[in-house]
Design a binder for this molecule. Structure first.
Ligand code: NCD
Ligand code: ZN
Length: 434
C-alpha cells in the first residue's frame, strides 16, 4: 500500500534544530522520516520548499464554548481558529454553559465535538464533588480545573482549603493534573470595573500560596493557569525548588501587554487583569528563561456586542499566539528551541499527550508548516474565530503559519480552512482505572 502523503524539500524540527529531511504519513501517523531520495512513493506529494516544519503546536488553555454559548464560539469555529493559528491540539476549558462538572456532561461534550472539530481536542472538567473525580477521569477528562475566585455552578467551593486538599488527594490517587485559576476573591474590590484595583496582585499571590501549601502536603501535580505577577512567579519558582510538582503558564497578553502599553477599554478587559510593566517584564523574562514552562492563549471569545456593552473578561488568542512568539524568534529574543519547549514539548509532557509532540515514526502525523521569514500584520477582521477583535490587532510580526496538518490531513493552507469537520481527534485522557 502507498503512503498517504509525502512531504519533500522540507526542513523539519527534530527537537534541537531544523534538518533537511522529509517524511511520509500513513493512516494518520508518521511512517517514514528520511532524506527525500529515500522516501517511499505516496498518493500525494507536498512541496515545502523554503518552509520550516514543526510537530503540531499545542494550546493547553482554550475556551471553545459551544453548548448554549455557541454564538460566542463553537467547536468548528474554535478549532478553525486553532488550526489557522498553527495548533493541532487544544485543551478545552470547562466553564461552559452548562459547565463540565460531571461525567455525563463530559460525555455529551465529547460527542458533540467529535462531529465538528478540525483540530484534536482534549477536555478539562471541574469536578462537582470529590466523588466525581474518578468518573470524570474514566470518561476521559484530560486534566482538572478549578476556579478559586468563582467556582463553576454546581461545584464544591474549592477555595476552602480542606476541600481543595481533599480534591488534590483524590486527583493525586487518579494520577491526574490539577490546573488552577489562582485568584482569591476576598481581595477583589467591590467596584465592578476593569483594571488593577478590582483584582489586585495580592489576590493572585495569596491564592498561589494556598495552592502551594495544599500541593506540597498532598503531593498532587498542579499547574497555575495564566500567571500574571512577578511575586506569584517567584513563589512558584521557589516551591518548585522545594520539590513541589508545580508548573505555570503565561498567556501572550500577560507577556506582551501591560497597563502602560494598552488602552484600558472593555475590549482589553481580561482576568487576571493586565498588570504593571514590571510584572509583565518579569513574566516575559520567565517565558524566555524557563521559569514559565508554557505559553497558552487563554482564547476566551465573546460576542463583540457583549464586549462593548458588558464587562465580560477575555478575548480571542488562538490566531495571535504563535505569530507573536515567532516574531520574538525573528527579533532574536527567543530561540526556536525555547519556543518549541513552551508550545510543544512541555505541554505534551505535562498533559501526558501520547504519541504527539515530535515528528517521529509511529507518532500521530500532526504538523505545522511555518514561513519563518514572512512579514504579516495581525488582522482581527480576518480571524476564523467568531470573535473578530484583539488587543494585538494591527501589530506587525515576522513569521507566519503556512499550513496545518492534523493526522496527515490538511486542515489549514495559505490562509484558508480546508479541513473537514470531524477530522480532529477527541483525546481520551489518561484515565487510570482505580
Ligand atoms: C475566561 C472566559 O471568558 O472564559 N476569561 C478570561 O478573561 N480569562 C475565564 C477565565 O479563564 O477565567
Ligand atoms: Zn481561561
Amino acid at each position: 500500500m502507498k503512503d498517504d502523503i509525502r512531504i519533500v524539500n522540507a526542513r523539519i524540527w527534530d527537537g534541537f534544530s531544523l534538518k533537511n529531511l522529509g517524511f511520509t504519513v500513513t493512516g494518520g501517523r508518521f511512517s517514514r522520516i528520511a532524506a527525500d531520495s529515500h522516501l517511499p512513493e505516496a498518493e500525494r506529494t507536498f512541496d515545502a520548499m523554503g518552509m520550516a516544519i514543526f510537530p503540531g503546536f499545542i494550546d493547553s488553555h482554550v475556551h471553545l464554548r459551544d453548548f448554549s454559548t455557541s454564538y460566542k464560539e463553537d467547536f468548528l469555529s474554535g478549532t478553525g481558529a486553532a488550526v489557522a493559528g498553527g495548533f493541532t491540539t487544544v485543551l478545552d476549558m470547562p466553564n461552559t454553559s452548562p459547565p463540565v462538572t460531571t461525567a455525563p456532561v463530559l460525555v455529551e461534550r465529547k460527542a458533540k465535538a467529535r462531529e465538528k472539530i478540525l483540530s484534536n481536542v482534549g477536555f478539562y472538567s471541574s469536578p462537582a464533588t470529590i466523588d466525581d473525580v474518578g468518573a470524570l477521569s474514566g470518561a476521559g477528562s484530560i486534566a482538572f480545573k478549578v476556579y478559586l475566585a468563582n467556582r463553576l455552578e454546581g461545584t464544591l467551593d474549592y477555595s476552602d482549603t480542606m476541600q481543595l486538599m481533599k480534591l488534590m488527594s483524590k486527583i493525586k490517587s487518579n494520577k491526574g493534573l490539577l490546573v488552577i485559576h489562582a485568584e482569591d476573591a476576598t481581595f477583589f474590590s467591590k467596584k465592578e470595573n476593569a483594571g488593577i484595583d478590582y483584582r489586585p496582585v495580592k489576590a493572585e499571590t495569596v491564592a498561589i500560596d494556598k495552592v502551594i501549601e495544599a500541593a506540597s502536603r498532598t503531593r498532587c501535580s498542579v499547574h497555575i493557569a495564566h500567571i500574571s505577577t512577578e511575586q506569584g512567579l517567584k513563589k512558584v519558582t521557589r516551591a518548585k525548588r522545594d520539590g513541589t510538582d508545580i508548573s505555570c503558564e503565561s498567556s501572550p497578553h500577560h507577556s506582551f501587554l501591560d497597563q502602560e502599553n494598552t488602552s484600558r477599554t472593555s475590549l482589553t478587559y481580561c482576568v487576571p487583569p493586565l498588570r504593571s510593566k514590571s510584572d509583565r517584564e518579569a513574566i516575559l523574562k520567565g517565558v524566555v528563561n524557563g521559569a514559565v514552562e508554557m505559553i497558552a492563549s487563554d482564547h476566551a471569545p465573546h460576542s463583540l456586542q457583549e464586549k462593548q456593552n458588558e464587562m465580560v473578561p477575555g478575548f480571542p488568542g488562538l490566531e495571535v499566539t504563535l505569530p507573536l512568539m515567532l516574531d520574538m524568534v525573528s527579533r532574536g529574543k527567543l530561540t526556536l528551541k525555547r519556543l518549541c519547549e513552551l508550545m510543544i514539548s512541555y505541554p505534551c509532557a505535562r498533559f501526558n499527550l501520547k504519541d504527539r509532540g515530535e515528528i517521529r515514526e509511529g507518532y500521530w502525523g500532526d504538523f505545522t508548516i511555518i514561513n519563518l521569514k514572512k512579514k504579516n500584520r495581525i488582522r482581527a477582521d480576518k480571524f476564523h474565530s467568531k470573535a473578530k477583535y484583539s488587543p494585538f490587532d494591527g501589530r506587525d510580526v515576522v513569521g507566519s503559519v503556512y499550513a496545518t496538518f492534523v493526522k496527515g490531513r490538511t486542515a489549514f493552507l495559505e490562509n484558508r480552512l480546508v479541513g473537514t469537520p470531524g477530522m480532529g481527534e477527541v483525546l481520551e485522557g489518561n484515565a487510570i482505572p482505580s
